[in-house]
Design a protein around this ligand. Sequence first.
Ligand code: NAI
Length: 463
Amino acid sequence: MSQYDVIIIGAGPGGYVSAIRCAQLGLKTAIVEGRETLGGTCLNVGCIPSKALLHATHMLHEAEHNFANMGLKGKTQSVDWTQMKSYKDEVVGQNTSGVEFLMKKNKIDWIKGYGSIPATGKVTVGDTTYETKNIVIASGSVPSSLPGVEIDEKVVVTSTGALELGKVPKKMVVIGAGVIGLELGSVYQRLGSEVTVVEYMDAVCPGMDKDVQRTFKRILEKQGLKFIMGAAVSGVEATKTKAKVKYALKKSPDAEEVLDADVVLVATGRKPYSEGLGLDALGIKMTERGQIAVDNHWATNVPGIYAIGDVIEGPMLAHKAEDEGMAVAEVLAGKHGHVNYGVIPGVVYTTPEVATVGQTEDALKAEGRKIKVGKFSFMGNARAKAIGQADGFVKLIADAETDRVLGAAIIGPAAGDMIHEICVAMEFGASAQDVALTCHAHPTYSEAMREAALACGDGSIHA
Ligand code: NAI
């Protein structure tokens, strides 16, 4: 007789959400987590602390650049970095203790420690081995570095160290113009650091809508971020207080260039984390990229062992992991868990925010699909003007014949919230006209989405 119906390894958004759904569906559930607090990378050292810092530094930016224009005059702001980090830690604490409360509420046992799987149906944590009918691996990912770059989390840091710097650096070099590089680069630029982003590709956020990439880079440059594009970093030499970043432009690969920095943020991606689980001995199949291979029910090749989130294929996003967590719980409870991988939004929480869903204009054109594109600038949106953030646009893409919505890209205020209108539209197979015929409250940023939908038909009103 098994002690548990399911043991989940890892309490990030994938694991803890899965545990809650398992418990709700009547399964006796335990979650294994070695960190002192629940919530995984996202809550402890990822999405949540970075959002607290992005919010605080956005306020600083507003105070420094826009308050006077709005008639707000008086004492100038100064940065108390220690207090800002405490604020961030408090936000993290509220969220991680919230997850602990949810575990108790749903009668999920938290087995503290790092787990391994000695055999199917068994999970060992410390000296104890627990029996279970099923195991869900939700062990997440860790930052990946570059050859020739040694991380010390003080001078050469990943996103984890970047949240805990002893002081605001004078000069920061960010390697990689992806999501982490741009979010944390923005934080330090607003705090007064001179930030240079070195990126291998010719555009920021590889794979994103090209118009958004161009506008995004232009706006960030206007804010003060510097970019060196088409440049491959080959190594970092660091002392205890300084670093030299060596790179070469792709067009002249033999000419080595050097950048000086007080802190180097390595933001070149993350890799799946499954060390110490004993997967080799179990014979669990892996992909070429080091992810756990699963079928469309998140089952590995070993019966009774499932995997979800960053440790499997797909975008490394908390919400993708959450969806898989709920779906695998349903599979384990004998129901029909499903994730629509075609409708997973992506958001960058800079100012302005960037949000996308579905296929890009370029990818659809490359497929030979006939599409129409409705674009609307926030310059025509009264609400965006009222807050001084009218630089940006909404792009809606629909099938040229059926009018079915295929994707959207937004750069502008509250883009990360606005995108969900299109996620719902896509889930329901809506047309651009459906979006255009839906009454949108005035004055809201979301009106820009309706205008983009109108632009797919007879034309937008305020353009
Ligand atoms: P990323 O994959 O988004 O970007 C890495 C960038 O580094 C790429 O643009 C790549 O071309 C560049 N690069 C790689 N090697 C280089 C070299 N030698 N020299 C110069 N540039 C180089 O990875 P990132 O930003 O580290 O994020 C990791 C993961 O975490 C991503 O999957 C991301 O989606 C996720 N994440 C999501 C967030 C969100 O949804 N807001 C926030 C933070 C992370």
